[in-house]
Design a protein around this ligand. Structure first.
Ligand SMILES: [Zn+2]
Length: 284
């Protein structure tokens, strides 16, 4: 597999040749940083775990070198931080039994630059080689700009493929800002109840991010549990873990649709729901 940057690489946990490793892909998760996939796309990881005919390929677009650091990592240079984060992501690819994991190695600034076509072209090559049926990436209302930029590059790449080669479903998932606010009819709820041990194992591998005092492992498990309980007020808990996603499939199926307008539609419907509930309940 040849990427735009010569520092980019593909890691295959079971050592299969790159083309064979990618060809078995059914699910792909594309995140900005090491650990994003494990936070946002566990549903996809679980669907493929121990399955002979379902395989997830992970893609990390940035090099993650600028992340905050503390504790044993406080003296790490940016290059050392980049190396440790790649190592952690490779551990997750092994534990989660991914088909492959691509490290595209861009600085955040390159991903946020709409004129830099490198990230889009790399994602196009990966989509062509892997042809995933289901694609997970960041949601477009995330508050981390690099996450939103990655989602936009993913949509651009998927749109550029012939219609019959595009993924059948594309989901924008939660990391920085959850999607609890979306109207229920607009959001997709993924069950993440099973294999809590695997969920915790995968999240716990990213020690360089957690040791500095950001308990992403506990916060992510807590969010999944909270979503499962608070998703429906009138039924007992059936799930113990839930993640939410924005369905981005219509944006990929129809490249003429305005991305910002579609997301504004989600926000407008949420706004209308809140305002109409208040209007109904106040005295006139
Ligand atoms: Zn991230």
């Amino acid at each position: 597999m040849k990427f735009n940057l010569n520092t980019a690489k593909l890691f295959v946990p079971d050592g299969l040749p790159d083309d064979k490793a990618l060809a078995r892909t059914t699910h792909m998760a594309i995140g900005a940083h090491p650990d994003d996939i494990e936070v946002m796309a566990f549903h996809g990881i679980l669907e493929c775990f121990h399955q002979q005919k379902k395989w997830l390929t992970g893609v990390t677009v940035t090099n993650g070198s600028g992340s905050p650091r503390d504790g044993v990592y406080s003296d790490y240079t940016d290059d050392e931080m980049r190396a440790i984060r790649i190592k952690e992501q490779k551990k997750a690819a092994i534990v989660g039994e991914y088909a492959a994991h691509a490290f595209l190695d861009y600085p955040s600034s390159a991903v946020k630059d709409p004129d830099n076509k490198g990230p889009v072209n790399d994602i196009i090559e990966l989509l062509k080689a892997a042809q995933p049926e289901v694609l997970f990436t960041h949601n477009l209302a995330d508050k981390h700009e690099t996450h939103v930029a990655v989602a936009l590059r993913v949509i651009e790449a998927a749109r550029s493929l012939p219609a019959d080669q595009r993924p059948s479903r594309v989901f924008g998932c939660e990391v920085w800002r959850d999607l609890d606010w979306m109207c229920d009819k607009d959001k997709v709820a993924f069950e993440c109840s099973r294999h809590e041990n695997l969920q915790m194992a995968l999240l716990g591998l990213f020690d360089s991010q957690i040791a500095g005092g950001k308990r992403y492992d506990l916060a992510t498990m807590g969010r999944r549990r909270a979503h499962a309980t608070y998703h429906s007020a009138h039924s007992v808990d059936i799930m113990t873990g839930t993640t939410f996603a924005m369905d981005l499939t219509p944006l990929v199926d129809d490249p003429s649709r305005d991305i910002a307008e579609v997301i504004k539609g989600f926000i407008d419907r949420f706004s209308e729901e809140v305002v109409s509930s208040i209007t109904k309940l106040v005295s006139k």
